[in-house]
Design a binder for this molecule. Structure first.
Ligand code: MEV
Length: 508
């Protein structure tokens, strides 16, 4: 952890010019900056379970390459999923310039899309030049398991709920038997709540009703579990399945689905920043003009789901990339985030109601301008006291213990680079990445547009698609940028010219 806590200025100087280095220079720097993470070819805490490995079927990736951030061994992959035929690689890059709650941090991202890492690093540079990002997340890592109880008639509903409520401590005791590991670590089942959810009438006359549709409500039991630093989905589903027979016995109902809920409003993470308006100045545009344009862009997303979806996609560019780099279930994060983006998804467990007010799809970030009262008190003009503020709040369920984390050493290296965060710190970093990405995208879109920068970065991908050999990718991309024509046909011409130059060299 001490590797992380350097003075922000010293930390940033260490990384300046990183993007101009070659891949191998960057890898060397990484080893130098994080000696304890890259002590040898193994991550310090690596205990990759031998049960995953089928011996001697093919040389592992580690035998072929020396730098340890190099993907998943196919022998391990073969034991992870069904019908495995190989593995797929993704570039891993570093998001730089982040200062979160006063501490500098380097954040690894796995993503195939160019300009996302440049975007977040650029946004973080602006924000960190002032006070950096502030982030919060709950201290207790809660997950909710659901057990659906069926076939309870209206007249028996109240007594079923009453019996469950009166047996709370016995249910918790029994449920804890199914997560004794969590209990040992100081977590375990904390609470039981019952929800009554009205069933929808079957409006489609073509469908036959096979289920007990004459019962008017779903009775759903929520089991709240503290899963310590785990993501907790498996634990939740095990507890739900384990305790369901007792819940059925108490309620007189039939056991329905028993599974984790991926919508978890008890795992909300928040990131925010606040910078003086002049820091947004871009080319001929003043900071005030850029701020107004960004807020306009946000206000458009607030009322137009077509735009809000793209706005939120950008946020997930950042969050998913960190999730993938650190071995998280990014589908779970995506599902929760988009449910949260539907304004009105506010599950009120105490009222036992799903109180949806409406279903508009909203942008996840908020931007506004406020006056800094302390600056105002020093006699500065109104304009000098205006602050541009951004905030992102969303549910992020992640874990830094358990799950697939031991299956791929790259996760351990990446978490090591982040200072081995606990799940709360990881969630906060992901919220900051999401906010930085959205701020970067809106700032670019609201000023010069993103295509010039994006296409320049994309030029290398176009060169690769045209069959350009690796050593010539940079020069072919550069020539396309100079010509202002970043297309496959232009890349094809340049690659062909490059090849014939090479052939001439060989024969001369
Ligand atoms: C591209 O992957 C993401 C953006 O479209 C996000 C946005 O429009 O806000 C640039």
């Amino acid at each position: 952890m001490s590797e992380l806590i350097a003075k922000p200025e010293v930390h940033q100087a260490k990384w300046s010019g990183f993007y101009k280095k070659t891949l191998h220079e960057r890898q060397t720097q990484l080893k130098l900056v994080f000696p304890r993470v890259f002590t040898s070819s193994e991550p310090s805490s690596s205990v990759v379970s031998s049960v995953y490995v089928t011996p001697n079927t093919s040389p592992s990736n580690n035998d072929k390459k020396s730098f340890p951030i190099n993907g998943l061994d196919e022998n391990i992959a073969d034991n992870m999923i069904e019908n495995c035929v190989g593995t797929i690689g993704l570039p891993v890059g570093l998001a730089l310039n982040f200062i979160i709650n006063g501490k500098p941090i380097i954040i690894p991202m796995a993503i195939e899309e160019p300009s996302v890492i440049a975007g977040v690093s650029g946004a973080a540079k602006t924000v960190s030049a002032y006070n950096g990002f502030k982030a919060t997340a709950p201290v207790t890592n809660i997950i909710v398991a659901q057990v659906c109880l069926l076939d309870i008639s209206q007249e028996n509903m109240n007594s079923a709920i009453d019996k469950i409520s009166r047996s709370k401590s016995e249910i918790i005791k029994r449920a804890n038997n199914y997560c004794d590991n969590m209990v040992k670590r100081g977590g375990g089942v904390l609470d039981i709540n019952v929800r009554r959810i009205p069933r929808k009438a079957n409006r489609n006359r073509k469908h036959f009703t096979l289920s007990s549709a004459n019962f008017r409500e779903w009775l759903v039991v929520h089991i709240t579990i503290d899963v310590c630093n785990a993501m907790g989905a498996n634990c939740a589903s095990t507890v739900a399945e384990g305790v369901a027979p007792f819940l059925a016995e108490l309620s007189g109902g039939r056991i329905g689905l028993r599974i984790v809920s991926n919508l978890n409003v008890e795992r909300m993470s928040k990131a925010s920043f606040r910078i003086p308006l002049p820091m947004l100045a871009y080319k001929s545009l003043s900071g005030k003009e850029v701020a107004a344009r960004i807020i306009e862009a946000y206000e458009w997303a607030e009322v137009d789901p077509y735009r809000a979806t793209t706005h939120n996609k950008g946020i997930m560019n950042g969050i998913d990339a960190v999730a993938i780099a650190t071995g998280q279930d990014w589908r779970a994060i995506e599902a929760a985030v988009h449910a949260w983006a539907c304004d009105g998804v506010r599950i009120d467990l105490d009222n036992s109601h799903n109180s949806r007010s409406d279903n508009s799809y909203r942008p996840l970030t908020t931007y506004w301008i406020e006056k800094d009262e302390q600056l105002a008190a020093t006699g500065k003009s109104d304009d000098e006291c205006l602050m541009f503020c951004g905030e992102l709040e969303l549910p992020i369920m992640v874990g830094t213990v358990g799950g697939v984390l031991k299956t791929n050493k790259v996760y351990e290296y990446n978490l090591g680079i982040m200072g081995n965060p606990n799940s709360r710190d990881l969630a906060m970093s992901m919220a900051c990445i999401g906010l930085a990405q959205n701020f970067a995208a809106l700032r670019a879109l609201a000023t010069e547009g993103i295509q010039r920068g994006h296409m320049s970065l994309h030029a290398k991908n176009v060169a690769i698609a045209a069959g350009c050999p690796p050593h010539a990718v940079t020069s072919v991309a550069q020539r396309m940028i100079e010509k202002g024509k970043i297309t496959l046909s232009s890349a094809n011409d340049l690659v062909e010219a490059h090849m014939s130059e090479q052939v001439q060299c060989v024969y001369m």
